[in-house]
Design a protein around this ligand. Structure first.
Ligand SMILES: [Zn+2]
Length: 168
């Protein structure tokens, strides 16, 4: 057990949860559009510089994942395709495409919520950031508000199955 009284009032975990709640808000927006609920926000020096949610169906765009939408939003706002010193918060473990984009954007840290057993390449089906050919290192923190993100995804897929069954 950690000594609670010795902890400073500021905690990184609280900070991570605060930003992850905004990513969850983004995920809810995706859900409202009938998209798989995944949301992301990009934060630098305590400020949101980009946000987005999954829009692959709405945009007919396989690259319109939440992470990519947040990077595009930040890139346009910052007028720069590189986003150093930033932290990306996303509700689901990134896929291979998004992991690559995060490296290209030179973000500093990735914080994700729940793991993706099918396409999560950070520490589930692969360890994409640990490949020796990358010349940029991204720190990773996972499991922040994982129960909330997992529940949102589970409820979404359950409702979709139910609708499909009702239609058939
Ligand atoms: Zn992705």
């Amino acid at each position: 057990m950690k000594e609670k009284a010795a902890q400073p009032s500021f905690s990184f975990e609280d900070e991570h949860e605060r930003w992850m709640r905004l990513a969850l808000e983004q995920a809810r927006q995706a859900e409202a559009m009938g998209e798989v609920p995944v949301g992301a926000v990009l934060v630098r020096h305590g400020e949101v510089i980009g946000q987005g949610h999954n829009r692959v169906i709405t945009l007919n765009d396989p690259s319109a994942h939440a992470e990519i939408m947040a990077l595009r939003d930040a890139g346009a706002r910052e007028n720069n395709y590189r986003l150093p010193e930033s932290t990306l918060y996303v509700t689901l473990e990134p896929c291979l495409m998004c992991a690559g984009a995060l490296i290209h954007a030179r973000i500093k840290q990735l914080v994700f919520s729940t793991s993706d057993p099918k396409t999560g390449v950070i520490d589930t089906v692969d360890h994409a950031f640990q490949r020796s050919y990358h010349n940029h290192h991204i720190a990773v923190h996972s499991g922040v508000l994982a129960t909330d993100s997992a529940r949102m995804l589970r409820d979404f897929f359950a409702a979709r199955r139910q609708r499909r069954n009702a239609d058939s």
